[in-house]
Design a protein around this ligand. Sequence first.
Ligand code: NAD
Ligand code: ZN
Length: 239
Amino acid sequence: MKSDLAILKSTLDAAGAVTVLTGAGISSDSGVPTFRGTDGLWRNFRAEDLATPQAFSRDPRLVWEWYNWRRELIASKQPNPAHHAIVELERRTGRFWLITQNVDGLHRSAGSEKLSEIHGNIWMVRCTACGRIEENRDVPIPFLPSCRQCGGLLRPHIIWFGESLGHEDLMRSTAALKQCDVLLVIGTSGVVYPAAGFAAVAKEAGAFVAEINPEPTPQSELVDLVLRGRAKEIMPLLL
Ligand code: NAD
Ligand code: ZN
């Protein structure tokens, strides 16, 4: 009998269209903390208390301090073999799309090009007054950062809890989920919507859905195949 790994490998080999959904778990192998573990805490704040528009309007300095801490953590981190395996999958697959919830930019550093960073990117800032978006890699970022066009307060270009995904990202992601032969769900706890519903969208449209995660998730029941383990160990074996 074929192992689950061999089944997924041959399914991927035969697939014309592959979509990948990633979460914080893929970057935990690079040393970036997830939000759910205790190492994701900062001064005893939970992410849900800081990554919101309310928190930013109440105390922008506190929120920027937290982002400075996260920027500093991420700045020294490198893509791992799982990020690189996804780049290879992109290169060899006819129709490919990567949807990531991660804001760390590690997929881009690895070389991924066909991707939606649906929750934004920690290295981008956006003006709260005029909407101008620009890259800013300062670590630390000087407080409080202001727009060079209009002087308005800058915020991280991130989709916070309670905010909607960008229209373009949502359209592209939905199309990629509905049109793929295989969906790989890697390192996401499946509790943050709308991404938590993406596996179901692909499954309903007829895709073969596989989960790669060392822990069970609410999605585990719904998928066709589960590989329990770390992304950086499993992903290279699939190629
Ligand atoms: P999460 O923290 O809720 O869940 C992480 C998941 O990864 C868990 O299911 C865990 O079992 C799994 N995991 C842990 N180590 C793994 C490994 N080595 N290989 C594979 N899986 C592993 O993360 P989420 O589902 O992405 O949702 C949290 C939200 O937090 C997202 O909106 C995201 O934008 C944000 N976030 C981003 C980063 C980042 O950019 N790196 C980090 C923390 C949180
Ligand atoms: Zn501005």
